[in-house]
Design a protein around this ligand. Structure first.
Ligand code: ITT
Length: 193
């Protein structure tokens, strides 16, 4: 089966490539001739994930899936959440986003948070969504240089390393994206989700 992953984030693409079953042929936006930014104007992860996938399906007539992900900090009522990419403004800046979050959380002793991913899959006009959540805590300062986004300041529950201190295989084995993609793969292979 041939599926386009509707993302402009090359790090996400790398993670998904490593997670997908070999029977699924993954193609990128560039492979289908899509070079523009995908619209993300909804106020939920579900809405944005669906909007990105529908944009590609409708404009490029290609079966596809999209992932929208947010870091939800409990003491900040779920911020930055759906606004994770541009939390500190435009253009996207991972360093500025983390600095702003750490500044807002300075006095907080409750550092619990979760990454949440919602994947929307569209095949021949039919749509499905798959969710993946991993809980953890926000570190006082960043550690590690692998991964991307908020990985340096996120330490998953039960682990002593941040996501950015883990190699991709380890992060994928426990991450929000890994959980959501495993559901997607099971679905594609014909198992119940
Ligand atoms: P696309 O919309 O093109 O897929 P994006 O980077 O804008 O790429 P999202 O809107 O889903 O993707 O992601 C919002 C932000 O959340 C993103 O910019 C990262 O900073 C962060 N993020 C997403 N997945 C992450 C992960 O696995 N680890 C750390 N941060 C992540």
């Amino acid at each position: 089966m041939r599926l386009c992953f509707a993302t402009n984030n090359v790090k996400k693409l790398g993670e998904i490539r490593a997670l997908l079953d070999r029977s699924i042929q993954l193609v990128s936006l560039a492979d289908i001739g899509c070079h523009e930014e995908l619209p993300e104007t909804q106020n939920t992860l579900e809405g944005n994930s669906q909007q990105k996938a529908r944009y590609v399906y409708q404009n490029y007539q290609t079966n596809c899936f999209a992932d929208d992900t947010g870091l939800e900090v409990f003491s900040l009522d779920g911020e930055p959440g759906v606004y994770s990419a541009r939390y500190a403004g435009v253009p996207k800046d991972d360093g500025a986003n983390m600095d702003l979050l750490l500044k807002k959380m300075k006095a907080d002793t409750d550092r619990m948070a979760q990454f949440r991913t919602v994947i929307t899959l569209i095949i021949d006009r039919e749509e499905w969504q798959f969710e993946g959540i991993v809980k953890g805590r926000i570190l006082e300062k960043g550690r590690g240089s692998q991964g991307f986004g908020y990985d340096p300041i996120f330490q998953p529950l039960g682990y002593s390393q941040s996501f950015a201190q883990m190699d991709m295989g380890k992060k994928n084995s426990i991450s929000h994206r890994g959980i959501a993609v495993n559901k997607l793969v099971k679905h594609l292979l014909g198992f119940s989700t």
